[in-house]
Design a protein around this ligand. Structure first.
Ligand code: BG6
Length: 463
């Protein structure tokens, strides 16, 4: 038996915009709007309107989550739902009532609610008016929203996270065109990365100013800590990996854990004339507002090699002038999603945090396997026999366990996701849940992996 530490979090993660549906929501976020103007950008033209209907069915959904043994669940509070006036940060009473009921329902069912504040779901008005995260003003508006969330729910929610995968906002909106408004603008990307970091530090400052840390609360952030592996030992590949690690991981990790940006990255950005604009007081804000814990989302490794082009041979500044993606021959693949499967990375992450990031308390805030057309794996009574998912989780847990045994301070594992949910442009293409969701009937059924996970949680370990 591979035993995990006492009080280990066995859980799963979702987000407000991906589970609730748009019901009774006053504002549109970036995705709500994008779907309104370009529905064909979404798989099968399925948008966020219903999602998994959590707004209406949260009691039944939480009962199912309890049934599969989850002791903790992360979701997010939607800025576009909680706040009525986005400039003055007045709250919407129906939203307060809704989130109160959700939080109470989790607690009544013995599930610890972890609340995130931003999961790619900026109110679109703030993008159209101010350029969204390009603007310092939006950082302050976000902190106002966070303050309202802390004040209304901080008595019962004891773990908060400021962002989910902020790097995806940088990548998707400003570099690689997979999220609205699909810009390609390296300079803006750099500024947005800075502001997202600043927003996190300022929200942490607000949390502590309200004294919630003194009442047993903790605040952290969720990063997609995708480890970088170099294609070879050759110096130029190693150099490429070094920059990829700085850009994709350290740009968020180091401010969160050390309170400043990596000097090496700043030097490159200065040399390339794309360095962010700052205010003199920011350095103190970063220094004084470190995270209490870290959430790590891990799906696949990032393999890189030296780029084919020389860095100075291209016009527009893009980080990929320093590295290219590398498809390792013979890699194991999840073909449906197109991601490499590499559970060993779980151990590497654990040791990296132990050795380079103060051995800070952390948890796996997302891990999972997206599979399409899962109905093909239904048995005669209609249960999805997702043995591939069980194998996937088991292998990742085994490597995680090895890291914990060697001293890494990991306190939990959350699968993406409890109930199949809507996922941005992929909508319902890739299913990740312990519980399936028929999007036509909203009928929810526990998969084989859900039953398996319950046993793991009960035993607090793997047999
Ligand atoms: C994670 C995100 O990166 O990937 C989730 O935090 C997302 O919000 C998940 O749903 C899966 O993405 P996809 O596109 O495969 O469904």
């Amino acid at each position: 038996m591979k035993q995990f530490p006492a009080d280990f979090w066995w859980g799963a993660a979702t987000s407000g915009p991906q589970s609730e549906g748009r019901f009774a929501k006053k504002h549109a976020n970036m995705f709500d709007y994008w779907y309104e103007v370009e529905p064909e950008a979404f798989y099968n033209q399925v948008g966020p309107d219903t999602a998994s209907n959590f707004y209406n069915s949260f009691r039944e959904d939480i009962t199912l989550m309890k049934e599969i043994g989850l002791n903790s669940v992360r979701t997010s509070i939607q800025w576009t739902r909680l706040i009525d006036d986005l400039e003055t940060n007045t709250v919407n009473q129906a939203a307060v009532d809704f989130y109160n009921q959700v939080i109470d329902c989790f607690i009544e069912n013995g599930i610890r609610p972890i609340m995130n504040l931003h999961h790619f779901d900026l109110p679109v008005e703030l993008y159209h008016k101010y350029g969204g995260w390009e603007s310092r003003h939006v950082v302050d508006l976000y902190v106002g929203f966070a303050e309202q969330a802390f004040k209304h729910f901080g008595d019962r929610v004891k773990e908060w996270t400021t962002h989910n995968e902020p790097m995806v906002v940088v990548d998707g909106q400003y570099l690689y065109q997979f999220h609205y408004p699909k810009l390609v603008d390296g300079k803006k990307a750099v500024q947005v990365a800075y502001h997202l970091n600043l927003a996190s530090a300022k929200a942490i400052a607000k949390y502590r100013e309200l004294g919630l840390d003194k009442e047993g609360g903790r605040i952290g952030t969720v990063l997609n800590l995708t480890p970088t592996y170099s294609a070879s030992e050759a110096p130029d590949d190693q150099e490429a990996a070094r920059f990829a690690e700085l850009w994709n991981n350290k740009m968020f990790l180091e401010p969160a854990i050390y309170g400043h940006f990596p000097a090496e990255l700043e030097n490159v950005l200065i040399r390339d004339k794309v360095i962010w604009e700052i205010a003199p007081e920011d350095a103190e804000v970063f220094k004084n507002n470190l995270v209490d814990f870290l959430g790590v989302n891990f799906y696949h490794p990032n393999r890189v090699k030296a780029p084919d082009i020389a860095p100075n041979s291209v016009g527009e500044w893009l980080p990929t002038r320093y590295y290219d993606h590398y498809d390792m021959p013979g890699r194991r693949m999840n073909i449906d999603k197109g991601w490499e499967i590499y559970p060993e990375a779980m151990y590497d992450i654990a040791i990296n945090i132990r050795d380079n990031y103060k051995n800070i308390p952390w948890f796996v805030s997302e891990n999972g396997m997206g599979v399409s057309r899962e109905e093909r794996f239904q048995d005669e009574v209609g249960q999805i026999q997702d043995d591939y998912r069980i194998d996937f989780i088991r292998e990742h847990l085994e490597y995680l366990h090895k890291g914990i045994e060697e001293g890494s301070n990991c306190f939990g594992y959350h699968l993406w996701t409890p109930i199949d949910c809507w996922s941005w442009t992929n909508a319902y293409r890739n299913r990740y849940g312990f519980i399936s969701n028929n999007i036509h009937t909203q009928m929810k059924t526990i998969k084989k992996s859900g039953e398996w996970f319950r046993a793991v949680a009960e035993q607090n370990g793997l047999t």
